[in-house]
Ligand binder design. Structure first.
Ligand SMILES: *[C@@H]1O[C@H](CO)[C@@H](O)[C@H](O)[C@H]1NC(C)=O
Ligand SMILES: *[C@@H]1O[C@H](CO)[C@@H](O)[C@H](O)[C@H]1NC(C)=O
Ligand SMILES: *[C@@H]1O[C@H](CO)[C@@H](O)[C@H](O)[C@H]1NC(C)=O
Ligand SMILES: *[C@@H]1O[C@H](CO)[C@@H](O)[C@H](O)[C@H]1NC(C)=O
Ligand SMILES: *[C@@H]1O[C@H](CO)[C@@H](O)[C@H](O)[C@H]1NC(C)=O
Ligand SMILES: *[C@@H]1O[C@H](CO)[C@@H](O)[C@H](O)[C@H]1NC(C)=O
Length: 457
């Protein structure tokens, strides 16, 4: 790695270190507060209670409206707290970096002005260092803008909270519609801000951590990115064809320490290692077909199945390692995707966004990358990343951005400790890559880089 990119990764790692899930509030049923509760002279409820069970107030439409506003504000407050903690912590780090940078710049100018022969060498060294660091300055400035935005949100939410609290005492003194608009507006902006803070471009992959050693050379394993907090069930599929038994481990801890699992028998065997578990269902490619099946674990039944039109199957357009890996299903921040190839696209990779309920294609993108020469691929924030191989000196070297339908060549190396990789998928909840590495279940953390431009806010 170049020293420059090392430095970048360092800063970016700090910027992106918080998991998306932490931004979401915990169970609101538990975290709500009672603001006030009172009865009028006839015993009619006039409360503006924000509590889990306040059905007694539901007759009063205005109170209901208020309650919803308060709930929204409450939700926002929690989100902002997380954002705030993160930006404050990161800002300290970023500010320290900035001081160092500016100091270096000053020193550099002094040296430049003095023109002394004997420091020519020193001058060169500092100049080189400066050139490495210069791109960081705009990043620092962008980051400070993020922090300022969070402060602004905080002030607005505080204002709304106090306005809403005043309402307890003086019902009807405020314009509800205006209040409602302010809450909606704030909510929308906050959501957009968080989405941007949470997403970004892949800039680094950590060293792998081996979670477990089990199974054959080929297989797949995963957790459900939409599982509720505390549900860390692990789903495990050994082999790439002619198997139909999915193992369920009660938790990640169980998976690591035991071989205690429940088996689910699928109605049809699978093909390849492209399965994905999403919102309580497994999506997989039915053996010797281009049919996608959605199987609901709760009801133990197929809730939908549909052919993926034009998709090559049966080792027609597999990944470089073979193994019937023609159709790869995956999930990112934006939902469910299928990655495959078609004759129409001359065997090059096609990316399709799927409706998770109907399995219909919402939109497709055709790339210029041959599927058969791709090692593996995964999607993060709507960008497809392709590796150059599946053993030894592997790197992510091709990226296709669905937002702009453009591609670029990149160079992000990662370790494949046990040689053969037969599955590599991103989990947006953990911000991790799950890999099946020659009978080892392995995790990688990813570093994502985002810049919020002020004109996007
Ligand atoms: C508050 O957040 C919870 C959990 O995310 C959600 O179910 C609820 O609808 C939110 N309330 C409002 C008013 O947005
Ligand atoms: C809240 O903001 C409004 C206008 O945006 C302002 O009139 C009001 O004084 C503010 N309230 C508080 C408590 O800051
Ligand atoms: C598309 O996404 C990539 C990576 O996330 C980003 O670098 C690029 O600026 C985006 N392009 C547009 C047009 O939004
Ligand atoms: C295996 O899991 C079951 C239920 O999931 C539990 O009752 C049992 O005690 C576990 N056995 C071991 C050895 O952990
Ligand atoms: C997940 O499933 C639940 C019910 O099974 C459904 O209400 C919810 O909309 C689903 N979420 C997504 C993102 O599909
Ligand atoms: C990823 O990062 C988290 C938080 O820093 C850490 O707990 C975890 O062990 C890391 N996982 C890997 C695979 O490096």
């Amino acid at each position: 790695m170049q020293p420059e990119s090392k430095l970048w990764s360092l800063v970016l790692l700090v910027l992106m270190g918080t998991e998306l899930t932490q931004v979401l509030p915990a169970n609101p049923e538990e975290s709500w507060q009672v603001y006030s509760s009172a009865q009028d002279s006839e015993g009619r409820c006039i409360c503006t209670v924000v509590a889990p069970q306040q059905a007694m107030c539901s007759r009063d439409a205005r109170t209901k409206q208020l309650r919803q506003l308060l709930e929204k504000v409450q939700n926002m407050t929690q989100s902002i707290q997380v954002l705030d903690q993160r930006t404050q912590r990161d800002l300290q780090y970023v500010e320290k970096m900035e001081v160092q940078l500016r100091g270096l710049e000053t020193k550099f100018r002094q040296v430049e002005e003095s023109h002394k022969q004997n420091i020519a060498k020193q001058y060169k060294a500092i100049k080189a260092k400066m050139e490495e660091l210069r791109p960081l300055i705009p990043v620092l400035e962008e980051y400070k803008a993020d922090a300022k935005l969070v402060m602004q949100f905080k002030a607005e939410v505080q204002n709304l909270t106090s306005v809403l609290s005043e309402l307890q005492e003086e019902m009807g003194a405020y314009d509800y519609e205006e209040l409602q608009n302010r809450v909606s507006d704030l909510e929308e902006r906050l959501r957009a801000c968080m989405q941007k803070l949470a997403c970004g471009k892949l800039t680094g992959i950590s060293d792998p951590v081996t979670i477990k050693t089990s199974g054959s050379r080929f297989g797949s394993w995963m957790t459900d990115p939409l599982a509720p907090d505390g549900d860390t069930r692990v789903w495990y599929m050994d082999g790439y064809h002619n198997n139909r038994f999915v193992r369920e481990y009660k938790s990640m801890a169980d998976f690591v320490t035991s071989d205690n699992f429940t088996s689910h028998r699928l109605p049809h065997p699978w093909s390849g290692t492209g399965q994905v578990v999403y919102n309580g269902s497994i999506y997989y490619n039915k053996f010797q077909s281009h049919i996608i099946i959605k199987f609901d674990f709760k009801t133990s039944s197929i809730s939908k199945s549909r052919p993926l039109d034009y998709a090559g199957y049966n080792n027609m357009y597999h990944y470089a390692w073979g193994g019937h890996s023609d159709i790869d299903l995956m999930v990112d921040e934006g939902g469910l995707w299928a990655v495959y190839a078609t004759n129409q696209n001359a065997g090059n990779i096609v990316i399709s966004k799927l409706n998770p309920n109907t399995l219909q294609v919402i939109k497709s993108w055709t790339t210029n990358h041959p599927k058969r020469s791709a090692g593996e691929s995964f999607i993060i924030c709507g960008t497809l990343y392709v590796t150059n191989g599946y053993t030894g000196g592997t790197k992510v070297y091709y990226a296709f951005h669905t937002n702009s339908s453009t591609y670029e060549y990149i160079d992000i190396p990662f370790q494949t400790t046990y040689s053969h990789i037969s599955m590599l998928d991103y989990n947006p909840k953990d911000r991790a890559l799950y890999a099946w590495n020659n009978g080892h279940q392995v995790l990688y953390n990813v570093t994502l880089f985002h810049v919020i431009r002020s004109d996007e806010l």
